[in-house]
Design a protein around this ligand. Structure first.
Ligand code: GLU
Length: 292
């Protein structure tokens, strides 16, 4: 965590030293496209005119979306959200961040509570019945976290004998997947609304393991001061998308174009380096965008 903060501080300093971008303690500020012009009546025009965007993210997931003491979330998802806002001509300090735990994401989009969701959000056909996805912008994989030194859990099949308890989050893909591997769902699977509660349950010995995407677990391990460890064998693919209102194809195309441009101009790489890169130094390449 300290390493992460040092990197973030260095990034803010670098921006200030170069004289570009206003300094905002919430992390980096991608260059705002002040000349952005959009088709009349489009979501892009509406947001640009309002000079405000509401983005749903996680508030308790280090490296991807973690609310800091200053009240602002930080992480790779947050940086991706800022990149999209900047292309809309909206500076980072005009983004309203809303916490969207896993199970409320589709509803929040459908009800118009948020304009976008960038929240370790796997692109799934079931979810596409309700919302649309730009991306993917990253591909994670489901893994398992245990107390450091516990060698009794080596993968999802370690839950087959019915003795070990595993924690995940309601409405998440890992919760659905792990059901296939446990013997006794009611007795073994513990569900909360957010992953930080699972980490607490692991610490207190209420559960033997936590399961979700490897990068979320990596952040929790990093935060745990060496108390937790990853089993380290991802057993699913979780392509992360940016959720938006179903049927808004022009907005989806715009967000997809923005992701591709960010991969070309270095801002995607910078977003990673300033956040998750502190723990996973290998910068990913932007996956092929699925323009379905
Ligand atoms: N990526 C998975 C999902 O969208 C797990 C992470 C999460 O719950 O945010 O369900």
């Amino acid at each position: 965590m300290r390493k992460l903060m040092t990197v973030a501080a260095a990034a803010v300093f670098a921006l200030g030293a170069a004289g570009c971008g206003s300094s905002d303690s919430g992390g980096s500020n991608p260059t705002v496209d002040s000349g952005a012009k959009f088709a009349a009546g489009s979501t892009m025009e509406k947001l640009n005119k309002a000079q405000k965007i509401t983005i749903g993210t996680k508030f308790d997931q280090p490296l991807f979306g973690l609310k800091g003491l200053d009240g602002k979330p930080k992480g790779f998802d947050v940086e991706i959200g800022k990149i999209v806002a900047a292309k809309l001509g909206i500076p980072a300090d005009k983004i309203e961040w809303v916490e969207t735990p896993s199970k409320v994401r589709e509803d929040s989009i459908q009800q118009g509570k948020v304009d976008l969701v960038v929240a370790t959000y796997t692109i799934k056909d079931e979810r596409k019945q309700k919302v649309d996805f730009a991306g993917p912008y990253y591909i994670a994989g489901q893994d398992i976290m245990v107390k450091k030194g516990d060698t009794s859990i080596t993968g999802p099949d370690s839950f087959k004998d019915g003795t070990k308890k595993v924690c995940s989050v309601t409405g998440s893909t890992p919760a659905a997947e792990i059901r296939k591997h446990v013997k006794d769902v009611a007795g073994q699977l513990v569900l909360f609304d957010v992953y930080s509660k699972c980490a607490d349950a692991l610490k207190n010995g209420q559960v033997d393991a936590v399961t979700t995407d490897n990068v979320i677990l990596l952040g929790l391990v990093d935060q745990s001061k060496d108390a937790f460890a990853l089993v380290g064998k991802p057993f699913t693919e979780e392509p992360y998308g940016i959720g938006l209102k179903k049927g808004d194809d022009a907005f989806r195309t715009f967000v997809n174009d923005t992701l591709e441009a960010a991969a070309k101009d270095g801002s995607y790489e910078k977003a990673w380096k300033d956040t998750a890169g502190a723990v996973d130094p290998e910068t990913p390449t932007l996956p092929t965008i699925d323009r379905y």
